[in-house]
Design a protein around this ligand. Structure first.
Ligand code: FE2
Length: 256
């Protein structure tokens, strides 16, 4: 499996607190069956964002520590970028950390009260610079019964959607899980990632989501969302979105 979203670099955000925790997270990832992990610290363009060079340096450091510990884990750099009016200019200046060597996709975090007006134009400008957003965990930002038409329109333009593994499995509550299922029904859910923050509760683990998806939609879909599509994203290739078809409940009249 490939994990495209993890706060594993120490000292850059609210994720791993030190190198020991970072290494413990790598151990958990490998034990869970994760072969590639993308380190994606929070990136706030408005307030002295972490420099892409610093992310690359820390990824190299963690790679060395994993090798020393005998851990077979491919580590790549990226970021979880917060929505900001400056994003098109940063993309033009090649200052937005993309996911993997493909350089085509980046994680975009939308604050709950963010204005949707102007978003399509911003995405268009970003795409002109060769960068397409992957919307991070919208199921945790908006309630289950939300109007997702804005997201559907952006998915039609090539944007991707990533939900969090713990949302899918219900660990973030019924609301977040229901929103995941709705996004899957709409064909607006391409990827599942851990969004890990530590080696404790929010750890880099995806096997629970794999099992859940396998039961819900079959092993092929689990493989698609947790291995094949993330690989395509890292290579800069467009993945497909599976569509959940829910059977209508059948009600039988009881015969007395
Ligand atoms: Fe995150």
């Amino acid at each position: 499996m490939i994990d495209l979203h993890a706060h594993i670099l120490p000292g850059l955000d609210d994720g791993a607190t030190d190198w020991e925790v970072a290494l413990a997270m790598c151990r958990l990832a490998v034990a869970d069956g994760i072969s590639t992990l993308v380190a994606t610290p929070h990136y706030y363009p408005g307030t002295a964002p972490v420099e892409p060079e610093v992310i690359a340096e820390q990824v190299a450091e963690l790679r060395g520590r994993c090798a020393q510990a005998g851990l077979d884990l491919e580590l790549l750099g990226g970021a979880e970028v917060a929505l900001d009016a400056s994003l098109p200019a940063l993309a033009k200046a090649a200052r937005l950390p993309a996911l993997g060597p493909g350089g085509r996709y980046f994680l975009l975090e939308m604050p709950p009260a963010s204005p949707m007006r102007g978003l399509e134009e911003m995405v268009f400008q970003l795409q002109l610079s060769g960068l397409t957003p992957v919307f991070c965990h919208p199921e945790r930002t908006w309630p289950a019964g939300s109007d997702w038409s804005w997201l559907q329109r952006l998915v039609e333009t090539g944007c991707l959607v990533q939900v969090t593994a713990m949302s899918l499995t219900g660990d973030f509550g019924a609301q977040a899980q229901a929103a995941c299922l709705r996004l899957l029904e709409l064909g607006c859910c391409h990827l599942v990632a851990s969004d890990a923050h530590s080696d404790q509760w929010r750890a880099p683990q995806l096997s629970g989501a794999w099992d859940y998806l396998e039961r819900l939609m079959g092993a092929d879909t689990a493989r698609l969302m947790l291995a094949e599509s993330p690989r395509r994203v890292l290579e800069g290739k467009e993945p497909e979105a599976p569509v959940l078809i829910r059977r209508k409940r059948r009600w039988f009249k009881r015969r007395d």
